[in-house]
Each structure stands twice: as structure tokens, then as C-alpha cells.
Design a protein around this ligand. Sequence first.
Ligand code: C2E
Ligand code: CA
Ligand code: CA
Length: 559
Amino acid sequence: MITKFKKVDNTRRLVLVVDDEKVNRDMLGYILHKDYEVIYAENGKEALKVIKEKRQMLSLVLLDLLMPEMDGFTLLEQLKKDVQLRTIPVIVLTSEKPAEIKSLELGAADFITKPYDVPKVILARVRRIVELSEDKMMIKDTERDALTGLYNKQFFFKYAQHIDKYYKEKRMDCLVLNIDHFHLLNELYGRQFGDKVLKLVAENIKNYLVDIYGISCRVEADTFYLYCEHQEDYNPLIEQLMNGISAEIKSPKIHVRMGVYNRDDQKLGNERKFDQAKLACDRIRENFSTSIAFYDMELHRSMIYSERLINDIHEAVEQNQFMVYYQPVYSVTGTKPELKSAEALVRWKHPELGMLNPESFIPLFENNGLIQLVDYYVWEKAAKQVHSWKEKFGVQLPVSVNVSRIDIHDSGLKEKLLSILKENGLTTESLYLELTESAYGDNVEKHIRVVQELRDCGFKVEMDDFGSGYSSLNMLSRLPIDVLKLDMEFVSKIHKDAKSYRLVEIIMDIAGYLDVPVIAEGVEVEEQLKLVKKVGCKYVQGFYFSKPVPPSEFECLLQ
Ligand code: C2E
Ligand code: CA
Ligand code: CA
């Protein structure tokens, strides 16, 4: 974008008068000099030199057409070609009608006819053109993003609307571009580096849009929108971006991903279309092998489905639609397996969608915080269950409940758990807490503190899905835990090859180093059972013994 020195005060504007006849120069100078700073040139060539020199300050050029060296038309042509110069307004001085049309085509803003008779008219025209051009510059400034020179969001959507209205026959696509881990780049390499990346992305988007009809903007931070003519393939755009960036930045490798909404849907508004493209783009956030995602029917359906579940959750809690199933955990160190505890696992008996597995709603609710409603519900049910079994069978079987990452951030967590126990006449020995390994990921210090507090008041804390996360040994040694639950992935392969078995041995070594017992999860067949026992797992949970079952079925195991 051209940033031009813009006069917003009342200082005198600079006007260039170009005419080979001295009498004409003098006359215009005389008319203008009270209001304007006037400079002169005697032909096109001289004028071009002056314009280049003074372009930042120049408000207007008054241009004669017939001159030696370089005539007015040629000068107009030269100005039109140059992006830096073509915004300077030119008024043509002429006495011939046909010349007016030609100069208009070459970009002239207005005409003053010779001979100059009414100074007032000349002054009025000059003032009007100067004002108009300054207004235009002002608009130019506010329609653009200062860093990248792309449009800003408001202007972009206005422009897109304009395209829809006047180019109805054109099928347009909505693209959302995003830079992976941009905030990290900013943090690690500094804001200046971040800005450089943003500018490079913008520049390459602009280059792409030279050949393809479309507009673009930076909506916020590292998110770019493109509204462009429908393309079958957007790989060339991604390639151009990646190549363009890596030509300037060798390391670190910058990765750009893109979401596309390309459905020919006249009814959906542009803002919604871009929302959908953004959803597609977000879907490949952590997926380094894919750079382009389309908003398709599958995503559409899953969106609708998610919205539905979010809508229904409150009613589900009120109407007890959530069911808690129990899966036994056996101690396998003795000659015969012995029931040791159970894990509470939730299901949703939805009145219209049927029985839903936790996989279809837990991740969704973990993302928006609603998981707390479910967890709290399950903890209460589980505590009631332990109490009722105690009454009925005289045994107090401990039950493990799942605790989400989000629960850890709840400052009332400990009190909630304790009050649930109290209501049911239980102690912390009856409710074990399962936290997944990855839950420790983001804010380690806080997690350690919260978990330690829970253990201090007597809760046993189990680390779920151990081995699936990326905890360093150093971090593991600091985690306050009582039990490790070996991730099912490892167990499922343990009997398949020597390598998988060896891997489990290594994990067992770590557990040994941490000095905590291990529960093997997902044991389905006898071979697996034998091997997990061999490597030293003390406890086993899995279909080999029992699937998670409703309380009534579980009672058979208690009798
Ligand atoms: P998880 O905590 O790792 O629970 C174990 C999952 O493994 C359960 O799946 C269980 O049915 C399954 N499983 C157990 N043994 C076997 C086996 O031998 N073979 C196979 N293939 N699978 C086995 P489920 O019940 O579908 O639960 C899935 C996940 O949903 C749980 O994984 C847990 O992360 C989450 N979840 C379940 N209930 C709750 C809850 O109340 N709160 C929270 N926050 N998450 C829950
Ligand atoms: Ca669990
Ligand atoms: Ca698990």
C-alpha cells in the first residue's frame, strides 16, 4: 500500500503546474499562489522528475497536453503505470474536447479549459479534486490492515457482498488460513519475527490472487480469509505459501493450514461460510500431514450432532439419562483372581439417539467445560452405589471415578468430593480418583499441588492411560500418584511381537522406579493376562474378566 503524507491540517498544499508556455504558468501561478504552494515544470520529462522527487508532498498536478520533450499524454501514461505515482490527482489543461476523453482514460481527474478566464472556477475545481483525493487516501488507509496491507475484516465482507451482487455468475469459495502454533513462534522468536511471518503469508496470498480472481484480509492475529473464484485444487496455494515462506525463513519450518468452504450455497451468508471453513481448518490443527481440510457433509453432521448434545445435556442430568456402568478390577497376584475394585464408566441413554458411548460425548464436553456436570453426576451415583452395596452385601468395594482436566481447575473440587462421601457415610477409601496422564500436561505445578492436596486428605490417585502421554521421567518422578494404569494400546499388542512386549517391560521399569503398583487395562485374552502378570502387573481390568456392566449385573460378582 502507498502511504502518502496526508495533510489533515490547514497547511498549504503543494501544486505542480506543467506547461511549456510561460504566460500560462504565470497566469495559473497568479490564481493559485494565495491558497497553494506552486512549483513549475516546462515539459513532461521535467515534470516526471519533480513528481518522483516530491510525490510524498504533492497534492495535485495541473498538466498541459501539448509540450516538447514529453507531452501530457505520455506523462499520464507514465504515471498510470507506476503504483506509487498513480494516486496523485492530475487536472488536464486543454482547449480541445476530444483530448478530454483520452486523458480521462489515462486517469486524469478533471479538466480546466483554456483560455483561463474565471479564476474562481479554477480555484473551486482545484480545491474539489484535492479534497476528493485526500478523502480517497483516508479510506484507503482505514480499509487496510496496517501490518500486511490486506483488507481489514469489515471492508473485506463489504467487498465480498459487492462481488456477490455484481458478479452473480461467479462461483466463489471461502478459505481460512492459519499458521500453526503462531503464538509459540511469537514467544520463542519474538514479535518481530511473528510480524515477518505474517507479512510473508500476506505477500504470497497477494501473489496468488494475481492470477485468480479474489480478495483477502487478515481477520485477526494469524488468521487470513480469502474469497476467491472456485478452484478444484488448492494445493498450489499451499505450495506457493510454503515455498514463499521458506525462501525467506529457513528455520524454524513454518506450517500453514487451510480450511475451505466450497459448497455452492446461495442461502448461507458469507460470515457463516467462513465460520464453517474455520471449523474445517481447526479440525486439522494438530495434524501435520494434512494442510487442507474441506467443510463437508461429515463435518456438517458432526456439528449438528454436537450442538444437539450440548442442548440436551441439562435435561439429561435432570431426567437421569446418564447411566453408570461398572467394570471390575482384579488382583492377579494370588492363585485365584480376586475382585479388588471397580471403575465407574458413564453411558448416556438418550431418549432419541439411543445408548451413547462416552467417546461420543466426553471429548465434546471436555472441550466446553460441560464435562463437570457429567463427572459430578457420576461421582454422586458411584458413591450412592458403594453405600447401597455396603448395606446389601456387607462389602465396601472401592470404586474409581474419572476426573477430567477441567475438574482440576475447579477450586471447589476437594469440597465437592468430600461432601459427596459424607452424604453417603463413606470415607476417602471408597472413591479412587483417575486422572489421565495428558491431564498433567499444561499446568504441571498446579496439578501437582491439587493432586497432593487430594492425597493429603486421603484420596488414592491413579494415573490413567499411562504411556499414552509424553511425560518426561523427570516430571513423572515428581507426580504424586498411588497407582499407574497401563494404557490399553500396549496391552493390546503385548502378545503380538517381541518389541511390544519389551516396551511394556520398559514401562514396568518406570513404574518400579516410581514404586507404584500397575493396573493393566484392556486385557481381553488369556495370553495377554499371562504376559502382563509376567512383567509384574498386580491388577487387571478388561473384557477377559468382564465388560463394564450395569449395577444389577455387577452384583453377581459381589455375591
Ligand atoms: P478409560 O477411563 O480409559 O476407561 C476404560 C475404557 O476401556 C472403557 O471404555 C472400557 O469399556 C474400555 N475397556 C475396558 N476393558 C477393555 C477391553 O478389554 N478391551 C477394550 N477394547 N476396551 C476395554 P468406555 O467405557 O467406552 O470409556 C471410554 C473413555 O471415556 C474412558 O476411558 C474415559 O476416558 C472416558 N469416560 C468414561 N466415563 C467417564 C466419566 O464418568 N467421566 C469422564 N471424565 N470420562 C469418562
Ligand atoms: Ca479411567
Ligand atoms: Ca484408561
